[in-house]
Design a protein around this ligand. Sequence first.
Ligand SMILES: *[C@@H]1O[C@H](CO)[C@@H](O)[C@H](O)[C@H]1NC(C)=O
Ligand SMILES: *[C@@H]1O[C@H](CO)[C@@H](O)[C@H](O)[C@H]1NC(C)=O
Ligand SMILES: *[C@@H]1O[C@H](CO)[C@@H](O)[C@H](O)[C@H]1NC(C)=O
Ligand SMILES: *[C@@H]1O[C@H](CO)[C@@H](O)[C@H](O)[C@H]1NC(C)=O
Ligand SMILES: *[C@@H]1O[C@H](CO)[C@@H](O)[C@H](O)[C@H]1NC(C)=O
Ligand SMILES: *[C@@H]1O[C@H](CO)[C@@H](O)[C@H](O)[C@H]1NC(C)=O
Ligand SMILES: [Cu+2]
Length: 351
Amino acid sequence: MRSWISLLLPVLAAAGAIQQCKPSQARTRKEWGVLSTQEKTEYIDAVWCLRGLPSVLPNGEYPGVRDRMDDFVATHINYTLYIHSDGLLLPWHRHFIYLYEKALQDECNYKGTLPYWNWTLSTDNSTLNPVFDGSSTSFSGNGLPIDKTNATALCPKNIPCPTPGTGGGCLYNGPFINWTSHLGPFSISQVQPYGDLPPNTWAYNPRCLTRDFTPDWLSSLNTPSKISSMLSAPDIKSFLSLMSPSTLGYVGAHEGGHAAIGANMLDTFASVQDPVFFLHHGMVDRVWTLWQQGDPESRLLALNGTGIVHDPPTAELVTLDTMMEFGVLDCPVRVGDVMDVLEGEYCYKYD
Ligand SMILES: *[C@@H]1O[C@H](CO)[C@@H](O)[C@H](O)[C@H]1NC(C)=O
Ligand SMILES: *[C@@H]1O[C@H](CO)[C@@H](O)[C@H](O)[C@H]1NC(C)=O
Ligand SMILES: *[C@@H]1O[C@H](CO)[C@@H](O)[C@H](O)[C@H]1NC(C)=O
Ligand SMILES: *[C@@H]1O[C@H](CO)[C@@H](O)[C@H](O)[C@H]1NC(C)=O
Ligand SMILES: *[C@@H]1O[C@H](CO)[C@@H](O)[C@H](O)[C@H]1NC(C)=O
Ligand SMILES: *[C@@H]1O[C@H](CO)[C@@H](O)[C@H](O)[C@H]1NC(C)=O
Ligand SMILES: [Cu+2]
């Protein structure tokens, strides 16, 4: 038996079936702000490139899917009710943003890695971060201010009610000023355990990309002290209670980032339509990775929660053998195969 395996190993390795990640060769995902002007431009160009490629999903069946970017949007919509506020949030989104990074590299010749948005860096009441300064090397800034007279305030149960945002309308500066959303919008009330996909889920509804900067969310949920509490959380359950609690009405740093950017980014189903989604989830994945690596023995394979949004009591707990689906983006993937960013297909680290 042993000799069989040792005979087979070089063959498999040569065929590419086994690619051992050498930690010293892992590629580094960096904060947006430390990239050079050229690196930023290359990333932004690659995102526009993906937008220009044809979708894999057939447009006849999915009218709102117009391009390769929308393959990612539609896949996320399709699995939304299984991958949020539960035990699949971290593993599913880790693989999802990896597939996006790979598409930028393989299909758009992007040479860099997926950047992330450091929630606590240079946040102020107008820009959140240089990611959003509206310059030609940003992700564009806020949306235009809209009348909020009749808007209903979004008030989670575990933080003070945030002051309403300062935007709400279309982007008006920066590289994504002409970016369009094609799918949705969907309502938060459609995010229900054991719910169905909303009616007309795949309808084509072209419109501008919107944002509504609401910094109060960050100052409650994504502060340096919240991040250090997360990094020192004794177990995955307490980690998740700060990152993304599953109880309905409660929020964590994951929700904080979405809500601080606001508008389209607050659309649980279709938030992927804002290209900055991937920088926010880069940070979510980074904090999870740093936590895991802080005590690999107890944390690397730690899971808690179910595979149904908001962890209803009757849903099954996620295990390392739970399979996750990615539609046309990839074959189903075992949760156990995404736990280590230096194993299997992965070979990356964060600065
Ligand atoms: C994120 O920003 C904070 C400042 O608020 C800083 O202390 C921390 O080192 C930053 N992390 C990275 C990776 O840039
Ligand atoms: C942002 O802060 C500056 C000074 O710190 C203040 O002048 C300005 O009014 C604030 N803007 C908003 C929208 O709160
Ligand atoms: C707010 O609601 C009131 C009462 O329904 C209505 O008269 C008003 O036009 C609305 N304002 C806006 C800005 O939508
Ligand atoms: C956005 O579209 C308008 C009108 O089509 C055009 O004038 C403008 O140059 C475009 N801006 C960018 C950044 O592509
Ligand atoms: C994981 O979470 C569930 C609730 O979703 C809870 O019942 C269970 O005890 C937790 N398990 C661990 C090991 O924390
Ligand atoms: C949505 O999920 C179902 C069930 O896994 C699958 O059959 C279908 O192809 C998926 N559609 C998309 C757009 O990912
Ligand atoms: Cu998501």
